[in-house]
Write a protein that binds this ligand. Structure first.
Ligand SMILES: NC(=O)c1ccc[n+]([C@@H]2O[C@H](COP(=O)([O-])OP(=O)(O)OC[C@H]3O[C@@H](n4cnc5c(N)ncnc54)[C@H](O)[C@@H]3O)[C@@H](O)[C@H]2O)c1
Length: 198
């Protein structure tokens, strides 16, 4: 059976942590992408993780890159690119910076992995989810659809029907940083998933 291909765009704190968890749970092979200005950084983080695999006992492949070519045909793309909030900043302060970043990322994701599930983590999350949806051009937006189902993803019961939106802090954390991501990867191929929860 073909292994899932998971691309993580933004190899910073959240992206690298996400790669760590996804690899350690063998959710698929992983591509960690960042910008050309930090050439070597995503490759180095990926190599460090990959070289821990014999010790930790997982067999996911992990590579780093500063372009989208290695992401082609990804099943899941997790968007963690952007500027993180600094002391004194509100998440809304991030809008103008991260809108440009997420727009660029979403366009690239749509071009290279048109059938992927895309999970947006970048803040301010609700706004970035909207930006990603508009920029990608191939997504369905059903903000209520998965709200009641979100908690059930831990049991792997998220149906492989069409899509939903993952858009809340709680849902994103649940999906990207805990075992629920396995359910999403397994069930939501070809979907763009967001869940909007209170
Ligand atoms: N939704 C949540 O629950 C949640 C939780 C934590 C952080 N966040 C958000 O996630 C984002 C990342 O946080 P972090 O702590 O990892 O920040 P970070 O600064 O450690 O990492 C961000 C990375 O994105 C990269 N990047 C910038 N522009 C890019 C582009 N166009 N393409 C690819 N990569 C690009 C940067 O070079 C950097 O390595 C922030 O917006 C933060 O607010 C969301």
């Amino acid at each position: 059976m073909r292994r899932a291909k998971i691309s993580i765009i933004g190899a910073g704190n959240v992206g690298a942590t996400c790669a760590h968890w996804a690899a350690s749970k063998e959710l698929g092979d992983i591509v960690l992408v960042d910008i050309p200005q930090v050439e070597g950084m995503p490759q180095g983080k990926a190599l460090d993780l990959f070289e821990s695999s014999p010790v930790e006992g997982f067999d996911s492949k992990i590579i780093g890159a500063t372009n989208y070519e290695p992401t082609v045909g990804s099943d899941v793309v997790i968007v963690t690119a952007g500027v993180a909030r600094k002391p004194g900043m509100s998440r809304d302060d991030l809008i103008s910076i991260n809108t440009k970043i997420v727009k660029d990322v979403a366009e690239n994701v749509a071009r290279h992995s048109p059938n992927a599930v895309m999970i947006v983590v970048s803040n301010p999350l609700d706004a970035m989810v909207y930006v990603a949806w508009k920029a990608s051009g191939f997504l369905s937006y059903h903000p209520d659809r998965c709200c009641s189902r979100a908690p059930s993803t831990a049991g792997g019961s998220l149906p492989p029907s069409d899509v939903s939106l993952l858009g809340s802090q709680i849902s994103i954390r649940a999906v990207s940083l805990r075992s629920e991501v396995a359910a999403v990867c397994a069930w939501c191929r070809h979907l763009f998933v967001f869940v909007r929860c209170a």
